[in-house]
Design a binder for this molecule. Structure first.
Ligand code: AHR
Length: 655
């Protein structure tokens, strides 16, 4: 009887639609069935978060506000790379006049021929340009000392061609001992630009040493040593629930000494030596442990703290047992730094660093991607697990590979796939037994498009996310990766991108969200807390030949429509997500049972493109963005046409 009703309705719907569009025969109209009377599980309140690490100039030249590249001259031991000279001074790296033991080198400038007519100095182009905006105050600071030199020094932001001075200031006296100097530079009513440099120069002769030359624009919430506001706003709009940090490969480093050694990333920034990122460039560690935590605080995200677990990417590793004990202790100290009150050693250190209040911490991940790296992970995990649980029994511990000696609270799984692979796996968790640990998909992405994902990637992501949401009783947390890319120099030596297909792109001046960013935002900000039971019929398919490394795989039929439904049990709003990955508009019959009433008026948020190759870019940042539309004539049985290459969230008010 039910089936007869469905097909009669489908015929009616198709006749109605046939007046205006080329519509497939009634029997081929896809049908989505939602049983609002059957809750299949709870949507995890932590489902959507962020994953981050220093990759593609994510912080240096990215989120971290600093505009000077190689501010501490530590990026190269023999030459102050990324620094240029103004005039004709002699410039060297000097190991004999260090600022302190952390920054144990300085830039020595011998400006013996400087004059009013021939100023001599140093200049920095930042991360592919120093951005300037109108009516904006920039803060410059540097340590300096002079020999036969008392000042003044001029500090200026100047266009690269030297034609425009946007702002300048003078430091009148320079001491013969190391001292910190600070000036502000205020621009007038100028056009925004980035083809600029910061210059520090003298017109009187002498020798000057510099260290930690810093230039900060206004930061998010005006915080010192803070973050770039436009990127923070893009992230805030996603309503992320957690932040997995500091990596990723960046946690592990290429060698043990290049790991994220958190104790060297705290305290005054001039006491942080910095270290090399495994992604090929220097990190000053201005973005240190406390900055990650403040980032969480600013965006109301829970920290998901990954602790170094004794394995580095080049293969160096620590055998479980006494050799590993100092690393386990480091993790315990780190947790105390995050959560301890000020009566504890590391809680007191955090207070000294400017943050007396402890942070809430519920998740600690042990290592990164240890599944194919070292056979000793089980033993290493066990040692961390026992020590952490003994002191912090309520912490949820995340393993990055299957372990047998202990039962982790969560397992971190990573997936980087093609669009078709994502779609083919959109049901992978429907089949997963519910007997093991909960799942955290700590890194995942449809890798189509460079530097940022295109619409094809957004469709693959969205198709797969319907599977995450439908199985969110099991998959309790997920975070796309990588999050950021500086798009200034995509290829060649000294490029700004190491990993293609990253969610958010920017240069020195502006940033943008990719279509995949908007898909993330739609999923993260629009879902209920109950998973509704669903089924479907007549879903169109296309043939796909999976790639295989070994034995040839037969072609597969890929679905072209994906969906899931969740409900907010506080107000009855049902969120129906529908992904049409095909190039044709799809009329879809939606049937809802188990709801006593459905308001005829609802809302749709739609992200659509003319082609799967369409994308956003620094030049066209908003080519593909979601739009909202009112929807009428909703009922327990309605038909709606979903545009080609589209992701739709339909909001239905039900009782
Ligand atoms: O997201 C890029 C890298 O992919 C991460 O650093 C690593 O964990 C994974 O292999």
């Amino acid at each position: 009887m039910k089936k007869l009703f469905i097909s009669l309705f489908a015929i009616y719907a198709s006749l109605a639609l046939a007046q205006t569009a080329t519509v497939p025969a009634a029997s081929t109209i896809p049908v989505l069935q939602i049983d609002a009377g059957k809750v299949a599980g709870k949507v995890s309140s932590m489902l959507y978060g962020l994953m981050t690490e220093e990759i593609n100039f994510s912080y240096e030249g990215g989120l971290y506000g600093e505009l000077i590249r190689n501010r501490s001259f530590m990026a190269n031991p023999s030459w102050p790379i990324y620094w240029e000279i103004v005039g004709n001074p002699t410039v060297v790296l000097d190991k004999n006049q260090p600022l302190n033991s952390a920054l144990d080198v300085s830039l020595k400038m011998d400006a013996s021929t400087a004059s009013e007519k021939k100023p001599e100095g140093i200049a920095n182009r930042g991360y592919w340009g120093i951005p300037v905006k109108p009516d904006t105050t920039y803060r410059v600071s540097f340590f300096a000392k002079g020999d036969n030199f008392r000042g003044p020094l001029t500090v200026a932001i100047v266009s690269t061609n030297g034609e425009t001075i946007f702002a300048s200031a003078k430091v009148r006296r320079i001491s013969s001992d190391w001292q910190k100097y600070t000036v502000t530079l205020k621009t007038k009513n100028i056009q925004p630009s980035k083809d600029n440099v910061l210059e520090i120069f003298t017109t009187t002769p002498g020798t000057i040493w510099f260290q930690q030359v810093s230039l900060f624009p206004p930061t998010f919430d005006k915080q010192p040593n803070g973050f770039r506001p436009d990127i923070m706003e893009l992230l805030a709009a996603m309503h992320p629930k957690f932040l997995r940090f500091p990596g990723g490969n960046y946690l592990e480093g290429n060698t043990i000494s290049e790991r994220f050694n958190w104790k060297k990333t705290i305290g005054p920034i001039q006491d942080r030596p910095g270290h090399k990122s495994p992604w090929g460039y220097w990190s000053t560690d201005g973005m240190g442990l406390l900055e990650f935590l403040k980032w969480c605080q600013d965006l109301h995200m829970q920290p998901l703290l990954a602790v170094y677990a004794g394995y580095s990417l080049g293969g160096q590793h620590i055998t479980p047992g006494p050799d590993l004990a100092p690393y386990v202790q480091d993790a315990l100290d780190e947790i105390e730094y995050v959560t301890g009150d000020t009566s504890t050693k590391w809680g007191a250190q955090r207070a000294k660093d400017g943050h007396p209040a402890p942070f809430e911490l519920n998740y600690v991940e042990v290592g990164n991607e240890d599944y194919n790296r070292s056979s000793e992970y089980d033993g290493r995990f066990t040692q961390f697990y026992d020590a952490i649980k003994a002191k912090y029994p309520n912490l949820q511990l995340i393993a990055t590979a299957t372990v047998t000696s202990r039962t982790p609270d969560l397992i971190d799984e990573h997936y980087y796939r093609s669009q078709e692979d994502m779609e083919a796996n959109a049901f992978q968790y429907d089949k997963r037994p519910r007997t093991g640990p909960k799942i955290f998909v700590g890194e995942w992405a449809t890798r189509v498009g460079s530097p940022t994902p295109n619409m094809a990637a957004a469709l693959g992501d969205a198709a797969w996310m319907t599977g995450l949401e439908r199985n969110s009783d099991l998959v309790v947390m997920a975070s796309y990766a990588p999050l950021f890319v500086n798009v200034s120099k995509l290829t060649g030596r000294d490029r700004s991108m190491e990993w293609t297909t990253d969610l958010i792109g920017y240069d020195a001046l502006t940033g943008y969200g990719s279509p995949a960013y908007y898909a993330q935002k739609m999923f993260s900000t629009m879902h209920g807390n109950e998973i509704l039971s669903t089924s479907s019929e007549n879903i169109p398919t296309r043939e796909w030949q999976p790639r295989s490394r070994g034995r040839a795989r037969p072609p597969e039929q890929l679905r072209q429509i994906f969906f899931d439904a969740t409900r907010d049990n506080k107000n009855g709003v049902v969120y129906l997500k529908v992904v049409n990955e095909s190039g044709t508009a799809q009329p879809v019959n939606v049937q809802i049972t188990g709801a006593s009433s459905i308001q005829p008026k609802g809302e749709a948020v739609v992200l659509a493109a003319n082609s799967p190759d369409d994308t956003n870019s620094i030049e066209e940042p908003k080519k593909i963005v979601p739009h909202r539309e009112e929807v009428h004539s909703l009922s327990a049985n309605f038909t709606r046409e979903f545009p080609p290459y589209s992701i739709t969230v339909l909001k239905l008010e039900t009782k």
